[in-house]
Write a protein that binds this ligand. Structure first.
Ligand SMILES: Cc1ncc(COP(=O)(O)O)c(C=O)c1O
Length: 504
C-alpha cells in the first residue's frame, strides 16, 4: 500500500493493542496468580535448580523467531507458573545469598504502574511528575542516611552504577585539566584511586571504563577485621605524591561485600579533607543500617563524604533495579555528565536527569522506592533493618555453639563461617593439606546447599579461608529460619565429607 492510500478515518489496528476490557481481564488474572505464587514461596524450595535444557524446553526457547503473532491470552497462559517453577526466590525466608533482598510488594505494584505510565525520566518536560517524585525520593534517601538533603543525586540501576556516577564526578573534579575533553592521558601526573583490598569489584570496572586503568588502583591492606588500614593508606599516598602521581579519590566502604566490615569513615574523611582528595563511600550494602541503633556508630560519618552510593534494592527491599548516587555538591555531578546537543530542546533551569548521569532515556525507578518509603516510614525501616541485624547475630551465636562449625565473622547482617569436621579440628590451624581439604569441602558445601534448595548461602574468602556467607536483608526471614540453618549445614557438610574422604 502507498502512503497516500492510508485512510484518514480507519481505526488503526495495531498488532500490539489490547483493548481495555481484555487488559483488565488479563491483568486481574495475572495479579491473582502472582499474589498466590508469591504467598506460597515459603512452602517450596529456594530453588528447584533446573538444568539449562529443562528451562529452554519449558519456555520453548529454541524455536526460531515466530513470523505470525500470538494472542496475549495464549502468551500469558501458565506463564507465571512456568516462571515460578524455574526461578530462584530471593523472597524465600531462608535465602541468605549475596546481598539480595526480597521485593517489597508495594514496589512490585509501583513497577507495574511505572511501566504503564512509561515516563521517560531523562527530562522534566517528558516526565514532570516522575522527575519531581525522583527528586523527592533522592532527598528522602539522603535524609535517611544523614546526608545533606540538597545534595545532587539520582536513581540508577544498582550499586555498581551508583558508585560509577560518583567515581566520574570525582574524576572530573580531581583532574586539574579538562579530563572529559582531553582524556586521562593528557595530564602530566597519573591519576590514582585508593580503596581497601575488600572493595567490591565495581572499582575495577570504573577504573577500566574511565580510562585510568585498573593498575591505577591502590589496594590498601586491611586489619584483622577487614577494615582499611589508615597507616597503610597514608604511607601509600605519601609515596605516590613523592613519585609525582595525583591521588584523586579515596573510596571507603560502609559494609564490605564479603563480611560487612565498615571502614574507619571519619578518619578517612579527615585525611581526605586535609589532603584535598575526594572521599567517596560505597554504602551500597550498609548505608541504610545507619538507621538502626544496632549498627556500628562509624556509619554516621557517611555525612562527611563527598559522595555516597546506596542501594535501595538491598536494604530498602526495593524490587531490582534501584541504586542511588548522592554527591554533596550537585554541580560536581552535573559537571561530570552534562552535554547540550542541539537536537534536545530543554529548559536548562528545569531538572533534567539526563544531565546527572550516564543514561539518556530513563525509567521511573523512583516510584517503587518512594512508595515503599511511605509504606514503611523511617520507623518501619529501622525496625526491619534492626531485626535483620539481630537475626544475623542469633545465627552467629548458633553457629558458634556447634563444634563442627567455625564462626569466622559477624558484622551488620553478614555471618561467615565454615564446616570443619571433628577429626580435622586440630590440624585445621597449621596443616597445609588439611587447609586445602577444608577449602575444597566448603566450596562443595556452598555448591550443594545452593542446589538442594533448603537454604541458600554464598561464599567469601576471609583471611585466606574459603567460608560460607549468610547475609540477611530479608523481611520474610524469622528466627525459625535462622535456627534451621546450622542443622542443614551440618547434615550436608557431613554427607559431603564422607563422600570426599572416601572418594565416592
Ligand atoms: C559493597 C557493594 N558495593 C557494590 C555492589 C554492587 O551492587 P549492585 O549489584 O546493585 O550493582 C555490591 C553488591 O553486592 C556491594 O556489596
Amino acid at each position: 500500500m502507498a502512503a497516500d492510500q492510508l485512510s484518514p478515518s480507519a481505526v488503526r489496528r495495531l498488532p500490539l493493542s489490547i483493548d481495555r476490557e481484555r487488559f483488565q481481564a488479563l491483568g486481574h488474572r495475572l495479579v491473582d496468580e502472582l499474589a498466590d505464587r508469591m504467598s506460597r514461596i515459603p512452602d517450596g524450595p529456594v530453588t528447584r535448580d533446573p538444568r539449562p535444557a529443562e528451562v529452554r524446553k519449558a519456555f520453548n526457547l529454541e524455536r526460531p523467531l515466530p513470523d505470525a503473532g500470538v494472542e496475549p491470552d495464549v502468551l500469558l497462559e501458565r506463564l507465571v507458573d512456568r516462571l515460578f517453577d524455574h526461578s530462584l526466590f530471593n523472597a524465600h525466608p531462608r535465602f541468605f545469598g549475596y546481598i539480595t533482598a526480597p521485593p517489597a510488594p508495594i514496589g512490585v505494584l509501583g513497577d507495574f504502574i511505572a511501566s504503564a505510565l512509561n515516563a521517560n525520566v531523562g527530562s522534566w518536560r517528558l516526565a514532570p511528575a516522575a522527575t519531581e517524585i525522583e527528586a523527592a525520593t533522592v532527598r528522602w534517601i539522603a535524609q535517611l542516611v544523614g546526608y545533606p538533603v540538597d545534595a545532587g543525586g539520582l536513581l540508577v540501576s544498582g550499586g555498581n552504577m551508583a558508585n560509577f556516577a560518583c567515581f566520574f564526578a570525582a574524576r572530573a573534579a580531581g583532574a586539574p585539566w579538562d579530563v572529559r575533553a582531553e582524556g586521562v592521558a593528557a595530564g602530566s601526573r597519573r591519576l590514582r584511586v585508593y580503596c581497601s583490598a575488600e572493595t567490591h569489584t565495581w572499582i575495577q570496572k570504573a577504573a577500566d571504563l574511565s580510562g585510568i586503568g585498573t593498575a591505577a588502583i591502590r589496594w590498601i591492606p586491611t586489619d584483622s577485621h577487614q577494615r582499611m588500614r589508615l597507616d597503610a593508606l597514608t604511607r601509600q599516598l605519601d609515596d605516590d605524591v613523592a613519585a609525582g602521581d595525583l591521588p584523586f579519590l579515596v573510596v571507603g566502604t560502609a559494609g564490605t561485600v564479603s563480611t560487612g566490615a565498615v571502614d574507619p569513615l571519619a578518619e578517612l574523611a579527615a585525611l581526605c579533607r586535609e589532603r584535598g582528595i575526594w572521599f567517596h563511600v560505597d554504602a551500597a550494602y550498609g548505608g541504610f543500617a545507619v538507621l538502626s541503633p544496632e549498627a556500628p556508630p562509624e556509619l554516621r560519618a557517611l555525612e562527611l563524604a563527598d559522595s555516597v552510593a546506596v542501594d535501595p534494592h538491598k536494604w530498602l527491599y526495593a524490587p531490582i533495579e534501584a541504586g542511588c548516587a548522592l554527591v554533596r555538591d550537585r554541580e560536581r555531578l552535573r559537571g561530570a555528565f552534562a552535554y547540550h546537543p542541539p537536537y534536545y530542546h530543554r529548559d536548562e533551569h528545569e531538572l533534567n536527569y539526563v544531565d546527572f548521569g550516564m543514561q539518556n532515556s530513563r525509567g521511573f525507578r523512583a516510584l517503587k522506592v518512594w512508595l515503599a518509603l511511605q509504606q514503611a516510614g523511617v520507623t518501619g525501616y529501622r525496625e526491619s533493618i534492626t531485626t535483620d541485624i539481630l537475626l544475623s547475630r542469633r545465627m552467629a551465636g548458633l553457629i558458634d555453639a556447634e563444634l563442627e562449625l567455625e564462626l569466622v565473622s559477624q558484622n551488620l547482617s553478614i555471618t561467615t563461617f565454615r564446616f570443619v569436621p571433628e577429626r580435622l579440628q586440630e590440624a585445621a590451624a597449621d596443616d597445609e593439606e588439611a587447609a586445602a581439604y577444608l577449602d575444597r569441602l566448603n566450596r562443595e558445601l556452598v555448591n550443594t546447599l545452593q542446589r538442594e534448595g533448603r537454604t541458600f548461602v554464598s561464599n567469601a574468602v576471609v583471611n585466606g579461608k574459603y567460608v560460607l556467607r549468610a547475609c540477611i536483608v530479608n523481611f520474610h526471614t524469622a528466627a525459625a529460619d535462622v535456627e534451621a540453618l546450622p542443622a542443614i549445614v551440618l547434615e550436608t557438610g557431613r554427607r559431603l565429607d564422607r563422600r570426599l574422604a572416601t572418594g565416592n
